[in-house]
Write a protein that binds this ligand. Structure first.
Ligand code: ZN
Length: 413
């Protein structure tokens, strides 16, 4: 018996999440080549956790960057930046305090659309909402994660022949907690609106929505149990203790080139081959086997408040650039109309920076014309640690953009 107790207590200790007391998030705007080199050399000496862009290797002169510095180096990092004359501000003074304050919803229950839900409760919710709405929602499992967890997909729409479909996924990057919240919200809105809201009813009668609430299930669990700041998958890499692949560098779209690395310790590690991850492979297989019904692919990330479309792996313009640009503009205007939230939009490579292996570019090149990446709230005040009190507004405004795109798909695809 005592052995069992010992094992249980060891398990409990090892599951204690990392803390971030005194860690700071800085925003810097490197003005010169020297500023960029300084940041790279600091990052070479101590681990900086880049929030925007995704990796220190993507830094560019004149573009703002946000990163987290650990408590024991934060003051030295700040001194070096200040000394260089580089403009900077402290976005988050104490990351742990922000984490402690993120679960600030007025609602607290096993599952709620207004709180961040643990994976087990999202799983149960997928089963429940399908069971309660058999004419509108069906659940399937499209794959299994590296650690053996099911990857569930909800098909939302009224049964009908030859329907076109829109695929929406959330939870690519583990720490972007607002995104699974959006996917859950979308399904709730669909179920509640059917038969009462003419616009959404029409969409559900004539389109199917495939909603994947959490793609990177292992990483998402890990952000709850071990490290709130985890980003990648949790697959083991050969000959290194570094874990995980960036799922959004893991697709066959300029794979392994700009904005990705073949170093497993990097946050933008592209993996050994395209779709090396069980999770990305499951997604790829599903979309391939459901072409040509799938006309639109929407992948939900955070943060930055952007709506991006192909390409990200090249500066080349997409063949459908004009239509995608106009559609993005309309979607962003719809989004902003509710609370005035400002979004930027455009092709990923020109709007932020070149990055290869993204699922949106891959979907587009595979034949899914209306392919977009959302970067939800905010613009860095809380970053990945967006408090629950912003879930409702974020989801409401994002719904307007998604419905705008869906109507365009319905009328044009
Ligand atoms: Zn992301």
């Amino acid at each position: 018996m005592w052995i069992l107790l010992l094992l249980v207590s060891i398990a409990a200790v090892s599951a204690e999440p990392l803390t971030f007391y005194g860690d700071k998030v800085f925003r810097v705007v490197p003005q010169t080549y020297e500023h960029v080199e300084l940041l790279k050399s600091i990052a070479g000496l101590t681990k900086l956790d880049f929030w925007v862009p995704d990796s220190v290797t993507l830094l560019e002169e004149g573009k703002a960057a946000d990163f987290r510095a650990a408590y024991d180096v934060a003051y030295d990092v700040q001194a070096l930046i200040a000394q260089s004359g580089m403009p900077f501000e402290v976005m988050i003074d104490d990351v742990q305090k922000a984490i402690d304050n993120q679960l600030n919803s007025n609602v607290r229950s096993v599952h709620s659309y207004e709180q961040y839900n643990e994976l087990e409760n999202i799983y149960a919710w997928t089963a429940n909402i399908a069971a309660q709405n058999p004419n509108l929602v069906t659940r399937s499992q499209i794959g299994t994660s590296f650690e053996g967890r099911p990857i569930y997909l909800l098909k939302v729409g009224k049964a009908g022949a030859n329907k076109n479909a829109i695929f929406i996924d959330c939870g690519f990057h583990a720490r972007e907690w607002i995104t699974p919240a959006f996917c859950q919200w979308f399904v709730k809105e669909a179920v509640n609106s059917y038969g009462s809201d003419p616009e959404f009813t029409n969409l559900l009668n004539n389109l199917d929505f495939y909603v994947l609430p959490v793609l990177n299930v292992d990483g998402y669990v890990y952000t709850w149990t071990n490290d709130r700041m985890w980003r990648k998958t949790r697959s083991l890499n050969k000959n290194t203790p570094c874990v995980g692949t960036d799922p959004n560098r893991n697709f066959a779209a300029g794979w392994g080139t700009n904005g990705a690395t073949s170093s497993p310790c990097s946050e933008v590690y592209c993996g050994t081959i395209p779709e090396s991850e069980s999770e990305t492979r499951a997604l790829g297989d599903f979309i391939r086997s459901n072409l040509p019904a799938i006309k639109s692919y929407l992948t939900i990330h955070s943060y930055s408040q952007m709506l991006l479309f192909p390409y990200s792996y090249t500066h080349k313009l997409a063949n459908d650039y004009d239509e995608l640009f106009t559609l993005a503009e309309g979607a962003v205007n719809a989004l902003s109309s509710l609370y005035g939230t400002q979004y930027t939009y455009g092709p990923g490579g020109k709007t932020i920076y070149l990055s290869s292996g993204g699922s949106d570019d891959w979907a587009y090149d595979t034949g899914v014309k209306y392919s977009f990446t959302f970067e939800l709230r905010d613009t860095g005040k809380y970053g990945f640690i967006l408090p629950e009190s912003e879930i409702v507004e974020t989801c409401e405004e994002t719904m307007l953009a998604v419905k705008y795109i869906a109507n365009h798909v319905l009328n044009n695809a």
